[in-house]
Design a binder for this molecule. Structure first.
Ligand code: ADP
Ligand code: ZN
Ligand code: MG
Length: 481
């Protein structure tokens, strides 16, 4: 029997506000434990939450970019459970009336563009963090850090429309790209500002119903999400083939064991006893304001990608990579404005600059090569000052030192040899030391020509002007002297 996977994701994204969702405490990451707290976010009796307007704005911004619909009215509810990182004993979230309904994200799958529908997007507060001394299994002591308590989150829930671990990763990459374009979330999975729970079941190919799902937690990178799903799909298929029943449960991804482990079953699942929070009035959203927010949306990754294909005539794949972040796309456009050969610029960024950046795990805004330096170097190649090969070395130097191309070329003595008499001398030497090849060429073996070019370039350490070398060699070899 052939099986297919059915996957739905629940993504938490931390909104980039200065202050928390229901109090004035800072959201700054890296503060001393419990530095960013007050009576409201530590859940003292008698305090009242006040909704941060900016949270609603950023959530609406995201929802619109994801094609969601914003109902006029949404309601905050209390989600009750006990855990030491939750001082109030409940989390303020949204339940029956979320901020946004529906929407979709388009992803590129094996079979072309696919639409993953969204169920809803709601707003909620984050919980605190437990810090253990020792290891989690065998802690000597545990502490509570409430800096994160009350930091604003949105939760984005998808329909079970995703069909493979690769699609899940593609969805997350796209979503991350969009929230970063919007400036609503920094998308940092390692620091937990973007977190993903994955729900997965399997079913025989061709069947319409849904199988029993498990929920996977604790995955803090795209790679882990993909690995955990791959593992879980195989585990479920193996169970079904053995005639066993899948039980609905929450499982944790253990990256050190490369496996998912059971955390709790449905029987132990919480009953959250949701009810509308009596301390917060329903959020009334003016449709005219929603339209204001819509008009303020930036160009999004898909639109930018399409524009790059149309305007700059870039291959689709290149356009996609160059528009992965707004900063990279801006960088590209800045270089093109100074050196208007878009394909060349694209190639140098993709195969030169991005290779260096990826190796060092850096973003484009941490790149020492200024757009005007890259454009300057391309202009030097264009008018024959340096060869393309030297260009690569100049790029590496610019990346390493932050210096401009002229300074580097001068310092290293990498100016191209344009001097005809100097090159003629070198060519004479090359021909003199390879008489057999010269005979072969003259006997009609055209291919040997490339060998001579290579030898001249080698003798000049790549600094000879290739066009000049070609012309001079051709003249020498046909003239017969
Ligand atoms: P729960 O009540 O367990 O929270 P929901 O119906 O709220 O489940 O769905 C949570 C997530 O799980 C959604 O992203 C949804 O698309 C996904 N999901 C629901 N049922 C299945 C299933 N049978 N297989 C895979 N994913 C599912
Ligand atoms: Zn506070
Ligand atoms: Mg649910």
């Amino acid at each position: 029997m052939e099986y297919e996977a059915v996957i739905g994701l629940e993504i938490h994204a931390q909104l980039l506000t200065e202050s928390k969702i229901f109090c004035g405490c800072s959201t700054r990451f890296g503060a001393e434990p419990n530095e960013n707290t007050c009576p409201v976010c530590t859940g003292m009796p008698g305090v009242l939450p006040v909704l941060n307007r900016r949270v609603v704005e950023l959530a609406v911004r995201t929802a619109l970019a994801l094609n969601g619909e914003i109902p006029r009215r949404s309601v905050f509810a209390r989600k009750n459970y006990f855990y030491p990182d939750l001082p109030k004993g409940y989390q303020i979230s949204q339940f029956e009336a979320p901020l946004s309904l529906g929407g979709y994200v388009e992803i590129e799958g094996a079979g072309g563009t696919r639409r993953v529908r969204l169920t809803r997007i709601h707003v909620e507060e984050d919980a605190g963090k437990l810090v253990y001394e020792g290891t989690m299994d065998k802690a000597d002591a545990g502490y509570v850090d409430l800096n994160r308590t009350g930091v604003p989150l949105i939760e984005i829930v998808t329909e079970p429309d995703i069909r493979s671990p690769e699609e899940a990763a593609a969805f997350l990459r796209k979503l991350r790209s969009i929230v970063r374009y919007l400036g609503v979330c920094d998308g940092n999975m390692e620091q937990g500002s973007l977190r993903c729970d994955a729900n997965v079941s399997v079913r025989p190919v061709g069947s319409e119903g849904l199988g029993v799902k498990t929920e996977l937690k604790n995955m803090n990178s795209f790679r882990f999400v993909q690995h955990a799903l791959e593992y879980e799909i195989q585990r479920q298929i193996a169970m079904l083939e053995d005639g066993e029943e899948i039980i609905q449960e929450t499982r944790l991804w253990d990256a050190s064991k490369n496996a998912t482990l059971s955390m709790r079953s449905k029987e132990e699942a919480h009953d959250y006893r949701y009810f509308p929070d009596p301390d917060l009035v329903p959020v009334e959203i003016d449709p005219a304001w929603v339209e204001d927010v819509r008009r303020s949306l930036p160009e999004l990754p898909d639109e930018k990608e399409n524009r790059f294909v149309e305007v700059y005539e870039l291959p689709r794949e290149d356009a996609r990579t160059l528009t992965a972040t707004a900063e990279l796309a801006d960088y590209f456009e800045k270089v093109v404005s100074l050196f208007p050969q878009a394909r060349k610029v694209g190639n140098w960024i993709l195969t030169g600059l991005l290779r260096e950046l990826n190796r060092d795990d850096r973003e484009i805004d941490e790149c020492a090569v200024k757009p005007e330096h890259l454009a300057g170097m391309l202009a030097m190649i264009e008018d024959g000052g340096i060869s393309g090969k030297i260009g690569k070395q100049v790029l590496e130097e610019m990346y390493r030192t932050g210096k401009g191309p002229e300074a580097i070329v001068k310092e290293k003595g990498w100016i191209q040899i344009q001097d005809t008499s100097e090159l003629t001398g070198i060519i004479d030497q090359v021909l003199a030391s390879h008489p057999e090849e010269v005979d072969k060429y003259r006997a009609g073996k055209e291919k040997v020509f490339g060998f001579f070019v290579g030898q001249v370039m080698k003798a000049t350490r790549g600094q000879a002007n290739p066009k000049l070398v070609n012309d001079l060699l051709r003249k020498k070899l046909t003239s017969g002297d």
